[in-house]
Design a protein around this ligand. Structure first.
Ligand code: 5GP
Ligand code: ZN
Length: 111
């Protein structure tokens, strides 16, 4: 997807702070962090949102890497995973991504 920010990050056209990457997924630090730790786990393949995933391997790669990143960063006090899906949820980038947030207390219910 030529105009997609996360596809441009995947290709190197836009720079990002990569925490991890393999051929299926990459992990970057959010440019506007909402917590002391705020990572984005993003499939390399363009999928517009969670609602558009057709290949379960995409979920496997995203969830596996999210839990692996939490382990690697030793987020033992807890963390929150968020996948905004669609305009009303707050999704602003139409390329599937999981937010991994940690380092503070999170309210429930979420805003
Ligand atoms: P959404 O609102 O779609 O759930 O999340 C999109 C996230 O992507 C936001 O938290 C936003 O700060 C982050 N973001 C948008 N553009 C960039 C960028 O160019 N680089 C990085 N690292 N994060 C970005
Ligand atoms: Zn994309």
């Amino acid at each position: 997807m030529s105009e997609c920010i996360f596809c441009k990050i995947a290709s190197g056209e836009i720079p990002a702070d990569f925490v991890y990457r393999n051929e299926k997924v990459f992990v970057i630090r959010d440019i506007t962090p909402q917590a002391p730790t705020h990572l984005l786990v993003i499939p390399t393949q363009h999928v517009a949102s969670a609602a558009e995933v057709s290949d379960p391997a995409v979920w496997a790669a995203v969830m596996e890497q999210a839990t692996e990143a939490a382990r690697f960063l030793n987020l033992t006090e807890g963390y929150r995973m968020v996948i905004n899906t669609g305009a009303q949820s707050g999704q602003t980038v139409p390329h599937l991504h999981l937010h991994l947030l940690s380092g503070r207390v999170f309210d429930w219910p979420p805003g």
